[in-house]
Design a protein around this ligand. Structure first.
Ligand code: HSE
Length: 436
């Protein structure tokens, strides 16, 4: 059989890594795919730049349309990133009947519904394993390996940069900015690092995971998003003292009232496996009704880990060309006509436990006032510690662990507490999950 010809848009870290893996493992890949796979064309904005890959034998251009319009090319790899040019190119490629493999989480999270609709109409595959958690085959696991389950919830460390920052702050007492600069130098951070630290990147990935887990449309705009910029070493240390770690989690949970979709710093018990996922590594914990909890761990970014996922997608696409092109695995795991618009809960309707830190006057009666407010809102206290007075002030830090409650009730209680004469300062609030 003739080799399958592939065109690569974008020769950066992921594009370069993908070409390297396709070349190095060509023989094994052909044995798996049933046909040889070769990159015949690639495009980059600056052709003269030094690359991490050998482009010998590949026709290079600066014009992506030259590649998309090549009738011999059956699969387009979109490895440019961003969500404007990439979207246009992907839609053109699909409309010309090309299959697409992409590593672009923003593209799928923001425009996936439109892209998949066109792809289904044109009978082509758009594969995106590399868009979530780099090299971890979590899309495949959720879409195929767990397809007999009702997914109850999932929780993931799905941004390596954020996890690296929190880990270094905890282990080495390093400052936030210093660690972020290192993550940028290592090539893990997004072009705009606020996407990492403000939780946007994680929310893009959570949008995709939730859609595949529950059979709902992609709806990035409904995710509650909180970044890690407010996390201090003080809270990291108190959490540790109480037997918890602070992780930046993406959480999707199906409840009787609707679906919770949220990205925020979270205290989790330090004994949980996922609490021990450190540095730039990613992990996703998935709870299925039949299988119970399963955990997927690995590199969430980097040239070859991401290429591993891109190449696996290319092989999947080639298999459909070789065998049964009519019978694709549905893009979002559920059949196109079975996607349900299950309501996504508003932030105020979410239910979780909390870690709170108050900066209170060191005098009698303060705690009685605070606990009185919690009682008014039927919020139960799980544990409480009061620290020594803060140096040079008459203030003490009071740390409270609060049981599961509605976000709305907690918001109201915190507002009243912050207004107390004995407090008159912002209450630090970090959500807490047992992940049981
Ligand atoms: N900036 C992302 C991260 C890269 O740090 O995880 C992979 O999507």
């Amino acid at each position: 059989m003739k080799p399958v010809k592939v065109g690569v848009l974008g020769l950066g870290v992921v594009g370069g890594g993908t070409i390297n893996v396709l070349k190095r493992n060509a023989a094994e890949i052909a044995r798996r795919a049933g046909r040889e796979i070769i990159v015949t064309r690639a495009c980059a904005r600056h052709l003269e730049r030094e690359r991490i890959c050998d482009t010998q034998g590949i026709h290079l251009t600066t014009d992506p349309l030259e590649i998309i319009n090549d009738p011999e090319i059956e699969i387009i790899l979109e490895l440019i990133g961003g969500d404007s040019l990439a979207k246009d190119l992907v839609l053109i490629a699909i409309s010309k009947g090309k299959h697409v493999v992409t590593a672009n989480k923003a593209l799928i999270a923001l425009h996936g519904n439109e892209i998949f609709e066109l792809a289904n109409a044109k009978g082509v595959v758009v594969a995106f394993e590399a868009a979530v958690a780099g090299g971890i085959p979590i899309i495949k696991a959720l879409r195929e390996g767990l397809s007999g389950n009702q997914i109850e919830w999932l929780a993931g460390i799905i941004n390596g940069t954020g996890n690296f920052i929190l880990t270094e702050m905890r282990d080495k007492g390093r400052d936030f900015d210093d660690v972020l600069a290192e993550a940028q130098a290592l090539g893990y951070a997004e072009a705009d690092p606020t996407f990492d630290i403000e939780g946007i990147d994680a929310a893009h990935k959570l949008t995709i995971l939730a859609s595949i887990a529950f059979g709902i449309p992609l709806q990035f705009e409904k995710i509650y998003i909180e970044g890690i910029t407010q996390i201090t070493r003080e809270d990291v240390n108190y959490a540790e003292e109480l037997g918890y770690r602070i992780k930046h989690l993406g959480i999707a949970r199906k409840t009787d009232q609707g679906i919770e979709l949220r990205v925020h710093p979270t205290l989790i018990p330090h004994r949980r496996l996922i609490a021990n996922v450190d540095g730039v590594m990613n992990a996703i914990l998935v709870q299925g009704d039949a299988v119970g909890p399963t955990l997927y761990y690995g590199a969430g970014a980097g040239a070859e880990p991401t290429a591993s996922a891109v190449v696996a997608d290319v092989i999947d696409v080639v298999r459909t060309l070789t065998t049964d092109p009519e019978n694709h695995v549905p893009h979002l795991a559920f059949q196109e006509n079975s996607i349900e618009d299950i309501p996504v809960l508003k932030a105020e309707e979410m239910k979780t436990a909390y870690y709170l830190r108050l900066n209170a006057n060191d005098k009698s009666g303060v705690l009685a006032e605070v606990t009185g407010i919690f009682a008014e809102h039927q919020i139960s206290i799980e544990a409480m510690i009061q620290k020594e007075p803060n140096k040079g002030t008459a203030k003490v830090s009071v740390i409270l662990l609060m049981q599961m409650t509605l976000e709305k009730e907690m918001n109201a209680a915190i507002k009243k507490i912050e207004a107390l004469d004995s407090i008159k300062s912002k209450v630090v609030r970090i959500r807490m999950e047992t992940l049981k």
